[in-house]
Design a binder for this molecule. Structure first.
Ligand SMILES: C[S@@+](CC[C@H](N)C(=O)[O-])C[C@H]1O[C@@H](n2cnc3c(N)ncnc32)[C@H](O)[C@@H]1O
Length: 311
């Protein structure tokens, strides 16, 4: 039995749309900043051969291991790097991989990570409260819930989880410390806000907030987006797929800012910023998954694709 048949495989989201948006062509060079199981990478490689090359990055060594095996047939055209995409420019420089014709970020978590119980991302099964994308990271979600001051915890759950009951949840967490497992935390949240809340589990927002904080997701995204400008060739495409509003807002604001010249505060008599436009928006609106895709892969339902082109 092949390796791919024994593993819960991640179904790539907005695959056709992403490859189209990247305008993949034979002989060109692409970076997949979020390799995962290599779904987008494989489709990009298939379209970029002969002569195309792809640099794949993932902070999770397990993702690199799995993608390497799945992409074995393309080994000569791929470079896989276990690192954080916040180091995008350095990674490209070190691998003599500049400039590139397209960069894709398919943000967040893979099904593989979510469905691996012991990674501690899911409240469906009991496991240590970990949530790190990379084992090299210092702090786990358990460290956060057990160490942070109550007001800091409440702020984190409110800001990253957009959770209405953040203060009450943080208070109960502090009362119940130490909390070491996913189900302990899920039950605490459930006690605070009840077991039913529309279609989503009551702990969904708290878990999302902790995951974002543990992995510094917004900070890393912000850093990486800025670096894409220095990596892209003229007319190179930047494609970003995001899954929650905070990520999407960051991507939207970044792309909008980079389409502008002067970004001095309104009313500044003479431009001091010297900012030059570096991107052109290819699609003003986000590209969502089709109803067919949502039906066949419900995890795609919150996805939003944005695309811009380097000037
Ligand atoms: C949604 S999955 C990507 C799935 C992939 N497109 C596929 O088709 O299989 C997101 C991946 O990005 C990785 N990731 C998240 N944040 C990262 C970061 N800051 N640097 C590098 N990889 C990151 C995660 O480990 C995960 O494997």
């Amino acid at each position: 039995m092949s390796l791919t048949m024994t593993l819960p495989i991640h179904i790539p989201v907005l695959l056709k749309e992403a490859v189209e948006a990247l305008q993949v062509e034979p002989g060109k060079r692409y970076v997949d900043c979020t390799l995962g199981s290599g779904g987008h990478t494989m489709a990009i490689l298939e379209k970029s051969l002969p002569g195309g090359q792809l640099l794949g990055i993932d902070t999770d060594p397990e993702a690199i291991r799995i993608a390497k095996s799945r992409l074995a047939d393309y080994a000569e055209s791929t470079i896989l790097v276990n690192d954080n995409f916040a180091n995008l420019e350095t990674i490209c420089e070190e691998n003599d991989f500049l400039p590139v014709h397209g960069i894709i970020l398919d943000l967040g978590i893979s099904s593989l990570q979510l469905d691996t119980t012991e990674r501690g991302f899911s409240f469906q099964h009991d496991a240590p409260l970990d949530m790190r994308f990379s084992p090299a990271q210092e702090f786990t979600a358990a460290d956060m819930v057990n160490v942070l001051f109550e007001d800091k915890l409440a702020q984190l759950i409110r800001d990253y989880g957009e959770e209405r009951y953040s203060r009450q949840i943080a208070k109960r967490i502090v009362e119940k410390r130490p909390i070491n497992t996913t189900l302990e935390l899920a039950h605490i949240v459930e006690q605070v806000i009840g077991s039913r809340r529309g279609k989503i589990h009551p702990a969904t927002r708290t878990f999302l907030a902790l995951r974002i904080a543990v992995n510094r997701e917004l900070k890393n995204l912000d850093i990486a987006l800025t670096q894409t400008i220095n990596c892209l060739n003229r007319q190179g495409r930047l494609v970003v797929i995001s899954y929650h509003s905070l990520e999407d807002r960051l991507v939207k604001q970044f792309m909008k800012r980079e389409t502008k010249g002067c970004i001095c505060p309104p009313g500044t008599p003479v431009c001091r910023c010297g900012h030059m436009p570096s991107l052109k928006l290819i699609s003003k609106k986000v590209i969502p998954p089709s109803l067919d895709e949502i039906e066949s892969n419900p995890r795609s339902r919150s996805a939003k694709l944005r695309v811009a082109e380097r000037l």
